[in-house]
Design a protein around this ligand. Structure first.
Ligand code: SF4
Length: 408
């Protein structure tokens, strides 16, 4: 049987109202969208535009920036101008907390340049002020014809909502446990805020919801419940997932369960980058999660055996790395060809034990010589042996074969 990722079963996706964010559609029948967030100071248009461009070139289809000060709001149109000069066309989302209503009112060019506003109902204000300030942002979204994401976060949950629910819970004959109460507070905060936005006049096709928490099981439980209670498009993400393998594993574990159940219209993988590391890692993880699940196709998928005592040198790992990096570097060019079409797979195998078999199942495969095998590397194209590579230039020759295949 083929080892290619199985396409997601049609009809499994949760129905949701599609939302247009600039040129990108989220929800409905649109593909699940990859998004990311910058970590530059938005007041610095040069570095922010540069990082947005890097994220977009890595495949981020939406990019969020924080807009937290008057200078940051003033910088937004300049960032948009720089991106246009760089030939980067990606919708920019403004992330607002506490003073979003003031910033958007004060900087019309910022309100115009952004493709969507993200509002955290827990960080809009308190008491009566909260309602009026939230309403102000929604009215600004209506004025500029922009969609909003109502993004609730466990770390900044509306405390009055939580207190009210705790009181309500105390009166139950069969009280919920604390985590159930917290989940309900998150979901009600999102749904009540969405209802308030609709009552002001924002249409359902202008609203996306998210309820982010940092625990895997909690996130799954929250989104299952939220998904069952509304048809708004949903943004998925495990907040504060962490660094390195922990962040990747936790995000993938949580999001994969939800995506498999058809929940989620756009995803962000919130990774803490290593010091000095590129921000694009979170985009690559998001793409690979969607692609390995058969939900999207971005680049050729590289299958490589883990290697073992039969591999005679590090050449095998180096070849697998070369191929993987080449595929990633070519991605902006190839993406158009691959998105939405069947996955193209590449196999890089370390010996004849599984090498020829796995290589035949891939579009292009190579089986390197293991210890005790003849110094020859057969290459298989579309299931048939096409040639045998020998010598010191196998990596470059194999990459050339791959490029020729893509060109054809
Ligand atoms: Fe080891 Fe060969 Fe299997 Fe790779 S294909 S893990 S080298 S036995």
């Amino acid at each position: 049987a083929s080892q290619k990722p199985r396409p997601a079963e049609p009809g499994r996706r949760r129905p949701s109202v599609a939302v247009q964010i600039g040129k990108v559609k989220v929800g409905g029948t649109a593909p699940i969208v990859v998004q990311s967030m910058t970590n530059t100071d938005t007041e610095d248009p040069a570095s922010t535009a540069k990082q947005i461009a890097e994220l977009a070139r890595a495949g981020s289809e939406l990019v969020r920036i924080t807009v937290n000060t008057p200078a940051a709001a003033a910088a937004v149109p300049r960032i948009a101008e720089r991106l246009a000069m760089m030939g980067v066309d990606v919708p920019i989302i403004g992330d607002f907390h506490y003073n979003g209503h003031q910033l958007l009112e004060r900087e019309p060019a910022c309100a115009e340049a952004l493709a969507k506003y993200r509002i955290n109902p827990g960080n809009v204000g308190f008491g009566k002020k909260r309602d009026t300030q939230f309403a102000s942002i929604i009215e600004l979204a209506l004025r500029y014809a922009k969609p909003v994401r109502i993004g609730v976060n466990w770390g900044s949950l509306d405390q009055s909502m939580l207190a009210a629910l705790m009181d309500e819970n105390a009166l139950r004959a069969d009280p919920w446990d604390a985590s159930r109460v917290a989940r309900e507070a998150l979901i009600r905060s999102a749904l009540d805020s969405a209802a308030q936005a609709e009552s002001i006049g924002l249409a359902r096709d202008r609203i996306i919801l998210s309820c982010k928490v940092s625990g895997v099981q909690e996130l799954i439980a929250v989104y299952r419940d939220l998904a069952a209670r509304c048809d708004y498009a949903l943004h998925l993400g495990l907040t504060e997932a962490g660094m390195g393998s922990k962040g990747i594993t936790a995000s993938s574990a949580a999001l994969a369960v939800l995506l498999q159940e058809g929940i989620g219209d756009t995803i962000r993988i919130s990774l803490t980058p290593e010091p000095g590391a590129s921000r694009t890692g979170e985009v690559i993880v998001a793409q690979e999660l969607l692609q390995t699940m058969g939900l999207r196709a971005f680049t050729p998928l590289v299958t490589a055996c883990p290697g073992c005592g039969r591999t005679t040198s590090e050449f095998f790992q180096e070849l697998a790395k070369t191929v993987q990096e080449h595929v990633r570097e070519q991605m902006p060019l190839w993406r158009v060809k691959y998105d939405g079409v069947e996955n193209l797979t590449l196999a890089v195998m370390g010996c004849i034990v599984n090498g020829p078999g796995e290589s035949k199942h891939a579009n292009i495969g190579i089986s390197l010589p293991g210890s005790g095998e003849a110094p020859a590397a057969p290459v298989f194209i579309d299931g048939a042996k096409a040639m045998t590579l020998r010598g010191d230039n196998i990596a470059n020759e194999f990459v050339g074969i791959l490029d020729d295949y893509v060109a054809r």
